[in-house]
Design a protein around this ligand. Structure first.
Ligand code: UT7
Length: 326
């Protein structure tokens, strides 16, 4: 099997910044509660004229530039999102003409906050088998349009953003050492969007009951998140013959700063080795890992040879780990 590399990364965050103080004016919450319970201080909210594929296309363009590839070089476009432009067609198809990729295969994957890592793992397989040379993986979310702005238990957490990576058979960035994916659908209703599919088609009643928004049992998710992410990390480390001591940076899905602190403790990785930017972006689901990763690359924290653990957890439930040597 050939090697698979991360050749370049790009991100896009909408311009509008919404602070906890802005939320104080809209729901019964406080800046203190949000910071203490989640670590979030502010987040980005997309402009009314933007859609998810716009955010994704911006990030994808930056990733292609960073990788030094053009549209002609891309063989496949994968978009991970839990907030698609439309149910049909896929957000990847909406995004495709914005990137000059017409005719190239394009599809969405639905793995919620683990979507970007799932996308990387799928791309990795296509590259390792030699089927494709360059796969563009995008994690794009506009959660602000899918959440209930009156539900304080979720609206203060979620936000908008996008990240992308070019997974390639040629080196230049990071080498993927291995990937491990998991899901457990028995917990589906811990984080879901009930209406609008075949289970509960859209009707006046579903709209009146506010069933077209995400519903989350945050407390229950919290406990499973820490254990799942630690377990999948250990499985992957064992598979590739490494240990926790070999991890230079944890780049986790940014769901809650307390989840990340507990994870670092469980893995016995020091807190200053965890890339955290939740305070500025909130939870951007499939976009959160690339948003954190790109920041740590651009500010020089990540050095050549560093081993990076990308680890995520989200609705499905889904969870995953990817190891990259930069
Ligand atoms: O992205 C991947 C999937 N998502 C996650 O992994 C999220 C995991 N869960 C979490 O991050 C946390 O559980 C939350 C941040 C969602 C909630 O924090 P918590 O410490 O678990 O709070 P809680 O749900 O136990 O609620 C504690 C209290 C409740 O009031 P009572 O019943 O104690 O009076 C809530 O009603 O906090 C109340 N509360 C709020 N208060 C002020 C809930 N949301 C808010 C709010 N502002 N925004």
């Amino acid at each position: 099997m050939a090697e698979a590399y991360i050749k370049g990364i790009g991100t896009y965050a909408p311009q509008r910044v919404m602070t906890n103080f802005d939320w104080e004016k809209l729901v019964d919450t406080t800046n203190e509660w949000i910071i203490q319970r989640t670590g979030i201080k502010e987040r980005r909210i997309a402009a009314p004229e933007e859609v998810t594929s716009d955010l994704g296309a911006q990030a994808a363009k930056e990733a292609m530039e960073a990788a030094g590839v053009s549209s002609e070089d891309i063989d496949l476009l994968i978009c991970a999102t839990a907030s698609p432009d439309t149910i049909l067609p896929s957000t990847a198809c909406w995004m495709q003409p914005k990137l000059g990729l017409e005719g190239k295969p394009a599809f969405d994957i639905s793995a919620a906050c683990s979507g970007f890592a799932y996308g990387l793992a799928i791309a990795e397989q296509f590259v390792r088998t030699g089927k494709y040379r360059n796969v563009l993986v995008v994690g794009a979310e506009m959660l602000s349009r899918m959440m209930d702005w009156k539900d304080r238990s979720i609206c203060v957490l979620l936000a908008d953003g996008a990240g992308a990576a070019v997974v390639s058979s040629e080196g230049g960035g990071g080498r993927i050492l291995g990937s491990r994916l998991h899901a457990d659908g028995t917990y589906a209703e811990l984080l879901w969007l009930p209406a609008g599919g075949t289970k509960m088609p859209a009707s006046h009643e579903t709209v009146d009951k506010r069933l077209h928004y995400y519903i989350m049992k945050g407390n229950e998710l919290f406990k499973i998140a820490v254990k799942s992410m630690a377990d999948v990390t250990r499985e992957l480390l064992e598979e590739v013959g490494l240990s926790e001591k070999d991890i230079d940076w944890i780049i986790p899905h940014q769901a809650n700063i307390r989840i990340l602190q507990s994870l670092a403790k469980r893995l016995r990785v020091s807190w200053d080795r965890v890339v955290v930017n939740i305070e500025r972006y909130g939870n951007t689901s499939a976009a959160s890992i690339p948003l954190a990763w790109d920041e740590a690359l651009k500010d020089g924290r990540i050095k050549r040879g560093d081993r990076l653990l990308l680890v995520s957890f989200g609705g499905g439930l889904t969870w995953s780990a990817i190891l990259v040597e930069w």
